[in-house]
Design a protein around this ligand. Sequence first.
Ligand SMILES: *Cc1c(COP(=O)(O)O)cnc(C)c1O
Length: 394
Amino acid sequence: MELARRVRRIPPYLFAELDRRRAALAQRGVDVINIAIGDPDLPTPGHIVEALARAARDPATHTYPPYEGTRAFREAVAGWYARRFDVALDPDHEVLALIGSKEGLAHLPWVFLDPGDVALVSDPGYPVYATATILAEGEPRAVPMSAERGWLPDLGAVPEEAARRAKLFFLNYPNNPTAGVADLGFFQEVVEFARRWDVLVVHDNTYSEIAYDGYRPPSLLQVPGARDVAIELHSLSKTYCMTGWRLGFAVGNRHAIRALGTLKTNIDSGQFVAIQAAGVAALTGPDAPVRERVARWQARRDTVVAGLRRAGLDVPLPRATFYLWVPVPLGFDSVGFAADLLEHAGVAVAPGIGYGTRGEGHVRLSLTAPDDRFAEAIRRIGAHLEARASRAAQ
Ligand SMILES: *Cc1c(COP(=O)(O)O)cnc(C)c1O
């Protein structure tokens, strides 16, 4: 059976071998601590679960949903943007419900790219930007990011030929995997770039609420005129610990919103109305459950960063996201260090190369495991690195 070219063009899954080793260790009864994936360990707030239960009992929710999302959900999104970012959105034309933000990200290239068109994707970055571009027969072009620039791309360094052919520009701040953050000054530059080259900016703002020490990440739509050239995606997955529920939304440029909605009417039929009702409860409900969860992650961040630094790793303190982006020790590449930690400490982390060539030299740890598992992970990593250092010294 021959697969379509567009599917064959998806890059091979780099971690198959690591996954196999992890499974083999687990099979042998080794207790592997998995901090490779970013999936909140804390439950969805109770009032949101209750709202789903109530809505699910109402037969009115059992029919096909409106394609663009329920009016109540779109109004809740607009209300949340007004309160959180002071950005006014028209719920009828500037808001679209998504079946998780990944769904919107994966469908956008189908709306905007003809074969051979370029999508600019941050490197390192969330892998969906590039793979969705490939599936739509577009050409992903890496926009390099580096620690020196705080993991912000140098827009002036984008080759003119790529900028000219680009139709989409995927960005994500606070950033997965680097935990880099952007201010409005940078977003202003992005908007100017988009105007100059006539590209649609797709800002993935999934982590806007997962931020520490009082930091409040901005929305790209706070830049005056941004909605002429941009849409922003958000997800209830990380903010409200709802990864399994599959609910997100896109906001901003009305032409892009309408076009994405048109594509979606031909593919999916929207998200279950009761889940959208739960989304309304999330977006209009109390902030305390979100604040409590973020406080838990912040405390964990402090303990884990301190522990890993004691173990000799040079770990930056993230201001946002639940990721630690850790430079690998000298003599390792990212896959090699991940394999080393897996074999000798029983700890699974994500190699940076999986997020793009500029992710080489780092591994990503996710703070989404229970505190006692982290205490154990730090103990094991510390013991392993110390043993290796003393061997090296002999
Ligand atoms: C988790 C994540 C998503 C996907 O969110 P869903 O709404 O669950 O699809 C999108 N972008 C980034 C950067 C993420 O880390």
